[in-house]
Write a protein that binds this ligand. Structure first.
Ligand SMILES: [Zn+2]
Ligand SMILES: [Zn+2]
Length: 384
């Protein structure tokens, strides 16, 4: 089933409207309200709002008893200035939709149109517009929402557009598909002193330099296998900009990345041991906290095979990925509760990369993504 031209144009205009007014992770309430409004037109059997924050779910129920297929897209934009120069560029300073989540929402609205025309024969399809993907908090918050118990998916599907591959191509991989990662913030607390008498204070300067070297040295196995470990020091801060003061505080931020959650647990332990060793040696107080915590995403092999089959039936070029993606995706949380699959939709070989300031989602992908979702969901529910 294809998207009529008129519907495509309407949904494309909604996409561009969303593109003009992006909202950051956790604040997507105006976006959610817009989505909930547009969903009415497709007459789902139920709409839930305020899920795990700004989350919206539209539920399409078939006449027969059956399983529940969840299709997930994301509501959030990024703290990146939109330098696309396009007519529909962001009107909000310092915020943009450079991950294409506006396009993923449009694809999911187009899927709602297809479901309104061809309902599931049995069971349910739930279209979830999830908040706060970019900081890794949204999927967990939605799943923790008590009303998610009424959704209780048996299968979960999602896609991400992917520049660097031909437009409309499908990239599939079973097993590990995106990495685990987490942001680690390490504070080293000493005591300030007069710069002429640093010995009367406790400076964290040498400890900070030592810690940065130790963290850097933890990276191992450049191959994306189960031993893959990448530690990237992303930010460091020492004392104040004052020549008269010997510093009393330092902060080091690092992004930890592994392929598996098990390896991540080990890496966290080892990084914390290093931080403790350094702080003890230099007589500093240590404080560690974490942000942007992402689990690995693991694709179910039977669902991945269905994605390949849908791509074949829709005559889309298929690439079997040999390696997982290095980035992280909080869709991995859904894989912990049911079989799940995330596939990628080629956004153009020469298209700007995700999170580049001039990135813009290619509208022509809207019908392709919707057809992939609709076909795969109906197959899972025994419709075709
Ligand atoms: Zn992103
Ligand atoms: Zn994204």
């Amino acid at each position: 089933m294809t998207l009529p031209d008129q519907t495509f144009r309407e949904i494309r205009d909604i996409r561009r409207d969303l593109h003009r007014r992006p909202e950051l992770s956790g604040e997507e309430f105006a976006t959610a309200e817009t989505i909930a409004g547009h969903l009415q037109a497709f007459a789902p059997d139920a709409i839930l709002t305020g899920l795990g924050g700004a989350g919206v779910a539209a539920i399409f129920t078939g006449p027969g008893e059956g399983t529940t297929v969840l299709i997930r897209c994301e509501l959030d934009g990024l703290p990146i200035e939109d330098l696309s120069g396009l007519e529909h560029r962001s009107t909000i300073a310092g915020k943009g939709h450079q991950c294409g989540h506006d396009g993923h929402m449009a694809i999911t609205l187009a899927t709602a149109h297809l479901l309104a025309r061809e309902k599931p024969p049995r069971g349910r399809v739930v279209l979830l517009f999830q908040p706060a993907e970019e900081n890794g908090k949204g999927a967990r918050a939605v799943i923790a929402d008590p009303r998610f118990g009424t959704i209780a998916p048996d299968f979960a599907l999602s896609l991400h557009n992917f520049p660097g591959y031909p437009r409309h191509s499908i990239l599939a991989k079973s097993g590990f598909v995106t990495c685990a990662s987490r942001g680690m913030r390490i504070s080293l607390e000493g005591r300030t002193a007069h710069a002429s008498a640093p010995e009367t204070g406790v400076s964290p300067a040498v400890a900070m330099a030592d810690l940065i070297q130790r963290l850097n040295a933890m990276s191992a196995s450049a191959r994306l296998d189960e031993d893959f470990v990448l530690v990237t020091v992303v930010h460091a801060h020492l004392g104040e900009k004052a020549f008269g003061v010997s510093p009393g505080h330092a902060e080091v931020w690092a992004t930890l990345r592994t392929l598996t959650d098990e390896r991540m647990a080990q890496l966290v332990r080892r990084a914390e041991e290093n931080a403790r060793a350094v702080s003890t040696k230099h007589g500093l107080q240590l404080h560690i906290d974490y942000d942007d915590v992402f689990s690995a995403s693991v694709n179910d092999s039977a669902l991945t095979q269905m994605i390949r089959q849908s791509a074949g039936e829709l005559d889309l070029r298929l690439f079997d990925l040999e390696e997982p993606m290095r980035f992280s995706e909080d869709f991995g949380e859904f894989g912990k509760i049911c079989p799940s699959v995330m596939f990628f939709l080629g956004a153009g070989a020469e298209h700007p990369a995700l999170h580049n300031p001039d990135y813009d989602f290619p509208d022509e992908l809207i019908p392709t993504g919707a057809a992939m979702f609709h076909r795969t969901a109906l197959r899972l529910l025994g419709g075709n």
